[in-house]
Design a protein around this ligand. Structure first.
Ligand code: G6P
Length: 369
């Protein structure tokens, strides 16, 4: 097992560090920025289905559901397609309205999650076209889907999903870009800019991994807290949810993710000098808005840990701790902002003596209801 961990203390850490290479593996052979090409056979063969779709329904569970939420923002912005993101377990039991011109995208690392599988069967019976985004080749969900595109994350052993999440977002971004090209919903220059930026993501993830030391220091300060709040807006709202999920899963600290502006409708009541608030605040996106959200936390004595873009000046003045990440466009930022949050959870869990790779009560793949 030590050999399999490749010199890392845990599979989770190894998998976090594999992200630059597996993101590259995921777009390799599918993306060519010089030629302006994005090509995935599952999409090319079924392009008409996507172009004629009334809407896209994304179904998933857990971290995969968070990747679906990021995709909702990307699909709507890039390809101007109406997207709904559903928990598979809710979707399957609520007599959903599904039409034959709906496209269902099922996202699943393992390809074996029982609720996601059941939701797919339901969608197929209603005549929808089902596209699977799975990591495990030949898995049940990949076989049950009409078509699909694999993430190339390689085996993910740690129960808390890390590299599966970022490779899912990579595949979903490529699908959105391909549809945008076909529909003409992105300008030629934006389309090319995004292809180039996607190719730069592995290098930027590598740079984001350099936040490991500061993440470890911050973890030492906060390891004994009872609660944690994660805030983000827009593309980084799902990142806040995923950050909170990672912390809950492996450190057993209660954590909640919230859209930053919703804080005033409830969570703000929780803020005092004992409450750490992790704010995802890259420069692209709703920066001014998030700065004022941070001010609201500060004036209530909350302890602020902010994920900021390198060179940030405003948030730095307000936050107790900043973690700097490289700049990328708003739409691609979840691939970068999520990295320090993974590291932070990892170190907090290690310092608390938790079983990082196999947290209590959780399973890597939930094959029963
Ligand atoms: C379990 C795992 C999570 C995962 C979720 C969905 O809860 O512990 O890490 O996100 O299942 O799994 P899937 O394989 O469908 O992505």
């Amino acid at each position: 097992e030590q050999i399999e961990k490749g010199g890392y203390d845990h599979f989770m850490l190894k998998e976090i560090y594999e992200q630059p290479s597996v993101i590259k593996d995921t777009y390799r052979g599918r993306l060519n920025s010089a030629q302006g090409i994005i090509k995935m056979s599952g999409i090319e063969d079924n392009l008409e289905k996507f172009l004629n779709a009334n809407r896209i329904i994304i179904i998933a569970c857990g971290t995969s559901w968070h990747a679906g939420l990021v995709a909702e923002y990307i699909f709507e912005e890039f390809a101007r397609i109406n997207v709904e993101v559903e928990y598979a377990s809710e979707f399957r039991y609520r007599n959903p309205i599904i039409n034959s011109n709906d496209v269902v995208i099922a996202i699943s690392q393992s390809g074996e999650t029982a609720d996601t599988m059941a939701a797919i069967k339901l969608a197929k019976e209603a005549g929808a076209f089902v596209f699977g985004v799975c990591n495990v080749v030949g898995s049940s969900i990949s076989r049950e889907s009409h078509a699909g595109a694999y993430t190339h994350a390689g085996p993910e052993i740690g129960v808390a999903s890390t590299k599966a999440f970022t490779t899912q977002i990579t595949v979903l971004t490529m699908i959105a870009l391909r549809l945008a090209k076909a529909k003409g919903t992105l300008s030629h220059s934006d389309f090319h800019r995004y292809l180039l930026e996607l190719e730069l993501i592995p290098e930027k993830v590598k740079e984001a991994l350099e936040t490991n030391d500061i993440a470890e220091e911050i973890a030492a300060t906060f390891k004994d807290v009872a609660n944690c709040l994660y805030l983000g807006r827009g593309y980084n709202f799902p990142v806040a949810l995923e950050g909170a999920l990672k912390l809950k899963e492996i450190s057993y600290i209660h954590a909640e993710g919230y859209p930053a502006a919703e804080m005033k409708h409830g969570p703000i009541a929780l803020i005092d000098e004992h409450m750490p608030v992790i704010v995802v605040a890259p420069i692209q996106g709703h920066y001014d808005k998030i700065v004022s959200n941070i001010q609201e936390i500060k004036s209530r004595s909350g302890r602020i840990i902010a994920i900021v873009t390198k060179g940030d000046t405003e948030v730095r003045k307000l936050a107790d701790y900043v973690i700097e990440i490289p700049e990328t466009s708003d739409a691609l930022s979840p691939l970068i902002t999520t990295i320090p949050l993974q590291l932070l959870s990892y170190h907090i869990a290690v310092l608390r003596g938790c079983n990082v790779d196999q947290p209590r009560n959780l399973a890597k793949s939930v094959t029963v209801e």
